[in-house]
Design a protein around this ligand. Sequence first.
Ligand SMILES: Nc1ncnc2c1ncn2[C@@H]1O[C@H](COP(=O)(O)OP(=O)(O)OP(=O)(O)O)[C@@H](O)[C@H]1O
Ligand SMILES: [Mg+2]
Length: 429
Amino acid sequence: MTDQPVFAAIDLGSTKVCAVLGQAIDDDRFEIVGIGSASTQNGIRNGTIVDVQQTVAAIRKAVEVASRKASCPVSRVVVGFAGGEIDGQDQRVMIALKDREVMPSDIDRILQEARTMMGCAPSELLHTIPKSYRIDEQGGILNPVGMVGARLEALVHVIRGSDMVLANLKRSVERAGLRVREGDFILQPLASARAVLTEDDKELGVCVVDIGGGTTTMVLYLNGALSGVRIIPLGGAAMTKDLAAVMRISQSDAERIKKEVFSAPGQIPLPEASEEEGASFPTPQSEEIPPGSVRRTQIREVVEARLEEILTRVKGELDRLRQNAFLARGVVLVGGVARMPNIVPFAEKIFGMPISVGQTGDRVQGLVDQAVSPEYASAIGLLYYAREQWGPEDLPYRDSAASQETFDPGQKALPASGLRIWNWLREII
Ligand SMILES: Nc1ncnc2c1ncn2[C@@H]1O[C@H](COP(=O)(O)OP(=O)(O)OP(=O)(O)O)[C@@H](O)[C@H]1O
Ligand SMILES: [Mg+2]
């Protein structure tokens, strides 16, 4: 598929930044041609940048790996993030039609009006999402363009973020040699939902919960429309921290042990002594705790106590958002924590509704080993946003004949003119 343009996205998480490059196969599927990730543990905390240099270095590294795998330059990217305060509100907008046809420009006017009513600066604006339209007495219209009436009404969900958080994100991405435009910052839960939900799920009612390292984000869909978004600044890193405190070991040891204890059978080879549920888990050397004195059941208790806290908070937010509305498709879990083998029955007890782990399924092909894991759902979903928003001038192509060292972000970042030359060269070669 070297003749197809390549869309590029970076998902800025609190554990890792993931760069993903994909070519659209059709309306709903992507071929993943490049994927790379790098740790952001020192650069991003709870979704917010705490060290620009570390974040820039991680972005460069992830993009370089993905770019090299794809033999494709990367210039513009869409960026997934989940930091700072966000505010989402429904706005009701009405315009007069006077018995003429609805034009695309009317929709633009409606969205603009909704943004104005929300009263936020352009630098804070994240998403303006039409939920449904009404023309005169007929409600529940999904796309009114071409219909006739006297009056067009719309219910629009406007989401705004913190301009300081967004400014730092923009700065870091640009310092990594990449370009972003207005509208390229996408709230992670929306991207995760795009990767794992069907239109049917949204119609029947569903909540996607992305439990990452430093944040838990959620997005609710009712009757086919977005109904609310929430960010809770808590995730798997808190479980690791608890474990490190209880076992009196470093956080990196605690993280490794946590993943070993909570790995699906065959996922990570367990140390011999820990195969049995009640057996001692071999702890790293520690002055306070002799090796082998912490049991797997204790580790489970510590981690699951925090998981319970996170899921209970999510349930509280969900109950406030859904206001007794029935979610036939229940809760779909993604993010690294959704890898815990027992998370489905655990969450079922808390939510009392169907729980599943989100799958990108056959939406992705190509380099899928990594891409199908639940912690990559938001990175994959970002590609759909890039495809919706980018024009032909933003699109690089793969060079089938290129060497494996085509791009070094930061040093050889291609500006728009460089990108044009690249595209022009590959056309004439
Ligand atoms: N098998 C596992 N059991 C328990 N936790 C796991 C497992 N695998 C990964 N995790 C946890 O998932 C978290 C990372 O998830 P993810 O990669 O989705 O985070 P992120 O996207 O970088 O961060 P965020 O979305 O919060 O900004 C880490 O806390 C990690 O310990
Ligand atoms: Mg994430």
